[in-house]
Design a protein around this ligand. Structure first.
Ligand SMILES: [Zn+2]
Length: 451
């Protein structure tokens, strides 16, 4: 089975490739990149994807998403979550450990891997918990879990408050060669907070979650990483001060990686007040804007974008956090934290490219080879011989976010009704078409169209 992706802008930051060309896929593997030529005719078993006017890049990699399976299947399953990922152009995701039960033993890892192999449409790499029951006290059997397939360790959803436990976890991370991924929040400082502490929260009469609750923990963990030489990955950095602390740690030579999310890079706490950049009026107190850590100020957002641009932050991850309607259909204070983000990530980030805040190749780098490197994953490249994990997107196509059309069970997006520019048309994983956008079926032709 051959697939020819014709006439697209081939963008592969892993090899500094950026050219118009034709990409051949044979037997699930990237075969070769050749200059754009005429379409072959009459070849049996050939599928042709017309990518003219589109970008062809490695399948996106998300090191931070919540698939909610096992135990919270009303919010998401591996089947729906991986389909949502494919619609968003992702071909590899790392699933978070705060399931029910949490991923703190081999049986749960094996369940996720088996289920992903059976009903998933893209690659799923499970994260395991750092502590038993995510209780924050006793480390899990990290070596055993790594052996079972845990790609990294995280108690995300719950911060690791005990500094001694964090120190030991970092020491063990060296032995198992896997990162400890931390949700940075000193809950004594953030207690009761539902949105960013600042003038908007005061205006709305909502309790604030201050940036310093995150920053003190970032500082602590960087010091512990320096002490232990352990592998630290800082999840969802949200503040300018946090970026500054991270910048200083880089200057000191401390080794770690860190991420930002599409929503913190593109939205601010003004959205909670109903102020949207497209000028459309939105409902204030929209619980879809409630997320942990919260949307911050415009100055914070700009600092995060600069940090992504300069490599102070290594990569972008979605923190896709699907919830069911009842979790969000309530007053702001009572609503669950989280944004369903896999299907809007690339388009909302392309807004930064269209606004001149990031270059397209840098954005794709932060979504492909950089996360692959940080987590030791094999994807993120179009190098011949690699598995054919490919994202094809039209950077200019406009579409309106309609939660009803989302594959995710989580319809909780603050972008509902907003028109975005940039649409994923085709996603291939392992050389199979796992997503073909319903409005762009005609770009794929051939004897066999294996969707
Ligand atoms: Zn988190």
């Amino acid at each position: 089975m051959d697939i020819l992706i014709r006439g697209g802008r081939i963008l592969d930051p892993s090899r500094d490739v950026d050219q118009i060309g034709d990409l051949w896929v044979r037997d699930g593997v990237i075969a070769e990149l050749v200059p754009h030529g005429p379409a072959p005719t009459g070849r049996r078993g050939l599928t042709v994807i017309d990518a003219s006017g589109q970008v062809v890049c490695p399948g996106l990699i998300d090191v931070h998403c919540h698939l909610r399976d096992p135990g919270q299947e009303e919010k998401e399953t591996i089947a729906t979550g991986t389909r949502a990922a494919a619609r968003g152009g992702f071909t590899s995701v790392c699933s978070m450990a705060n399931t029910t039960p949490p991923v703190d033993n081999r049986a749960v890892i094996e369940y996720i891997r088996r289920k992903a192999a059976g009903e998933g449409v893209i690659r799923v790499f499970p994260l395991a918990a750092v502590t038993r029951g995510m209780g924050g006290r006793e480390l899990t059997e990290m070596a055993d879990l790594a052996d079972a397939g845990a790609i990294a360790f995280s108690d995300d959803g719950k911060p690791l408050l005990d500094s001694g436990v964090m120190r030991h976890a970092l020491e063990y991370s060296r032995l198992v060669g896997r990162p400890i991924m931390v949700h940075e929040e000193d809950t004594a400082l953030s207690a009761g907070g539902v949105m960013n502490e600042g003038p908007v929260a005061t205006r709305l009469g909502l309790k604030g979650w201050p940036g310093v609750a995150e920053e003190v923990m970032i500082a602590r963990d960087l010091l512990l990483a320096e002490l232990t030489g352990g592998r630290l990955h800082i999840a969802h950095v949200t503040t300018a001060r946090g970026v500054e602390i991270i910048r200083q740690a880089r200057d000191r030579g401390i080794r770690f990686t860190a991420e930002a999310t599409p929503h913190h890079l593109t939205l601010t706490d003004e959205w909670v007040a109903g102020l949207r950049p497209d000028g459309r009026s939105a409902i204030p107190y929209d619980t879809a804007t409630k997320v942990n850590p919260p949307l911050r100020s415009e100055a914070d957002r700009q600092a995060l974008v600069a940090a992504i641009r300069e490599g102070v932050l290594d990569l972008i991850s979605t923190d896709h956090a699907p919830h069911s309607e009842v979790d969000k259909l309530c007053e702001y204070g009572a609503a669950a934290f989280g944004i369903s983000g896999l299907e809007t990530a690339l388009a909302s980030l392309l807004g930064l490219v269209h606004a001149g805040e990031l270059s397209l190749s840098l954005l794709i780098r932060r979504l492909t080879c950089d996360p692959a490197r940080a987590f030791g994953l094999s994807g993120g490249t179009l190098k011949p011989g690699s598995p054919a994990d490919i994202c094809v997107f039209d950077p200019d196509a406009r579409w309106t976010v309609d939660p009803a059309r989302m594959a995710s069970k989580g319809k909780n997006t603050p972008l509902a009704g907003l028109t975005l520019r940039g649409l994923v048309t085709v996603t291939l994983c392992d050389g199979r078409i796992v997503h073909l956008h319903e409005d762009h079926q005609s770009i794929v032709s051939g004897e066999e169209v294996p969707v």
